[in-house]
Design a protein around this ligand. Structure first.
Ligand code: ADP
Length: 480
């Protein structure tokens, strides 16, 4: 096994609870690392950057106030503006004339580097004069407090003329002590988070895995053969969906199971009867009627009929199972419906003559239809066959072709007992055979199931109209 598959296999064998817990802890550690990086390593840089940005903004504000107010004679407004900026932002402000003499100053820090310190002030002025720029920023150390300080020097004046200078000084507070406080806090927060995470993850993992455990137990039960197992997926949507799907699968398995059992029971029952008869008549010929040609022929005739019935039944079973499996594909072709009906009815000529049945056909104008001719033939044949089997004592059967706008309606009517309303749904079911018919009719109970399967495959409408004691009309519509 390659290493990747090995890891996958190990990963697949870890329980969900452990995984959720582990992801939670990993997430907390990630937060911790990110906080550590930003709060401890980058704190000083962030702080300096923010301060630098703020001092530059203050300088710009005072420079523009100088241009707008001071140069237009509104000195008081200018003083107000720069004093307010100094107090608000905790910075020292010093306004100098073009020779470097202090005109105004505001010392908020009390230990200002630019206030009353002639030498250092001149030093900065020399620097900006030499640079030719309008703003310079420096980080210097306060010799008395040893703290770092930011100094911003700007030129004041309009239209490129230098009327004076602005010096702003702001303190950079040491972050060392803050960092150590944060460090201690971070460790505490991490411990608390890990503990909380452990509790929450166990709770969460339980919530997630509980329905899955329940469903797994039920599935095991079902696998052992109990097809009445309930699947309880309460908890969340996905679990409920899984439970519903399994319930559906269970129902389907159970249905197929029952169908299979019914099929075996019905088939074996239906095969046994003719087989018993075949055996009995064969024995009779051997033991009794072998030498009597008349009796022997009678018995042989019964054997032949029973064999025909057997092979018809086996064919029906095979046809139906093919149709129901979905393997059977339609093979549509165009043909004339009236001629086809004539032809099928013709097949019953023998039985009509022999047993006195009358099949009346009412055709409509000849029309071409397109469908699987072999299968539709079987449908029509089965319906007429049933009508003959179940018609009344007058032995009349009516077949009608009715052309309609959207297709051709075919009706097969008999004058038999009719079918009870409640039974109509059942007669199309496999192996359904009603017991209360006047005449003993031999059938497999598969004829109408084949009719239903073929018509469904074509997507055609079909149905029965029946009046008790008067007869039934079986119909279907071949759509255009
Ligand atoms: P079979 O005729 O072999 O029993 P079918 O599937 O063709 O099987 O029919 C199922 C049942 O439907 C029959 O047993 C019968 O009770 C009922 N049935 C079918 N056709 C008719 C009909 N024309 N009149 C009355 N009952 C019918």
């Amino acid at each position: 096994m390659n290493p990747f598959n090995r890891i996958k296999k190990i990963n697949d064998s870890i329980p969900l609870r452990l995984k959720v817990w582990w992801y939670f802890i990993a997430f907390i550690l990630l937060i911790f690392v990110l906080m550590w990086i930003f709060q401890i390593f980058f704190l000083e840089t962030f702080y300096e950057k923010t301060k630098t940005k703020s001092i530059a903004e203050n300088a710009e504000y005072i420079v523009s106030a100088y241009e707008e107010e001071y140069t237009n004679g509104r000195k008081t407004e200018f003083i107000e503006k720069y004093s307010e900026t100094a107090v608000k932002n905790d910075v020292c402000v010093e306004i100098l004339d073009r020779y470097g003499r202090s005109i105004y100053s505001k010392d908020v820090l009390g230990d200002c580097l630019v206030h009353g310190r002639g030498n250092s002030t001149y030093l900065f002025l020399d620097k900006i004069r030499a640079s030719g720029k309008s703003q310079l920023l420096y980080k210097v150390q306060n010799p008395s407090s040893h703290n770092n300080m930011l100094i911003c020097i700007c030129t004041l004046g309009k239209n490129g003329r230098t009327d004076g200078y602005l010096l702003i000084n702001s303190e950079l507070a040491p972050v060392g002590s803050t960092v150590s406080i944060i460090k201690r806090q971070l460790v505490m927060i991490t411990v608390i988070l890990i503990l909380m995470g452990a509790v929450i993850s166990v709770f969460l993992a339980n919530k997630i895995s509980e329905p899955i455990d329940r469903i797994t137990k039920s599935a095991e039960n079902m696998a052992r053969g109990d097809l009445n197992t309930e699947f309880d997926g309460r908890g969340y949507l996905e679990a409920q969906q899984l439970a519903d799907t399994l319930m559906y699968a269970e129902k389907e398995i159970s249905r197929v199971d029952t169908m299979q059992r019914d099929l075996i029971a019905n088939v074996s029952h239906d095969l046994r009867t003719p087989l018993t008869m075949l055996k009995a008549y064969a024995e009779m010929i051997r033991d009794l009627s072998g030498d009597n040609p008349k009796k022997r022929n009678e018995h042989l005739e019964i054997i032949i009929n029973e064999t025909d019935r057997l092979s018809a039944m086996v064919n029906d079973i095979l046809d139906l199972s093919k149709l129901e499996s979905g393997r059977q594909k339609l093979n549509p072709s165009e043909f004339e419906i009236s001629s086809k009906l004539h032809e099928i009815i013709g097949r019953f000529d023998g039985i009509s003559e022999k047993m006195g049945y009358n099949i009346h056909f009412t055709p409509d104008i000849e029309k071409n239809v397109c469908c699987d001719v072999v299968k539709i033939e079987q449908v029509i044949y089965n319906l007429i066959n049933n009508a003959i089997n179940y018609t009344g004592d007058d032995k009349q059967v009516f077949v009608r072709q009715i052309n309609q706008e959207d297709g051709v309606l075919i009706e097969v009517e008999d004058t038999g007992d009719g079918i009870e309303e409640s039974k109509i749904k059942l007669i199309f079911d496999k192996y359904y055979r009603s017991e209360n018919h006047k005449r003993e009719v031999v059938g497999t109970g598969l004829g109408l199931s084949i009719v239903k399967a073929v018509l469904k495959l074509h997507g055609y409408d079909y149905g029965v109209r029946s009046t008790l004691g008067k007869g039934s009309v079986f119909w279907f519509r071949i759509s255009n």
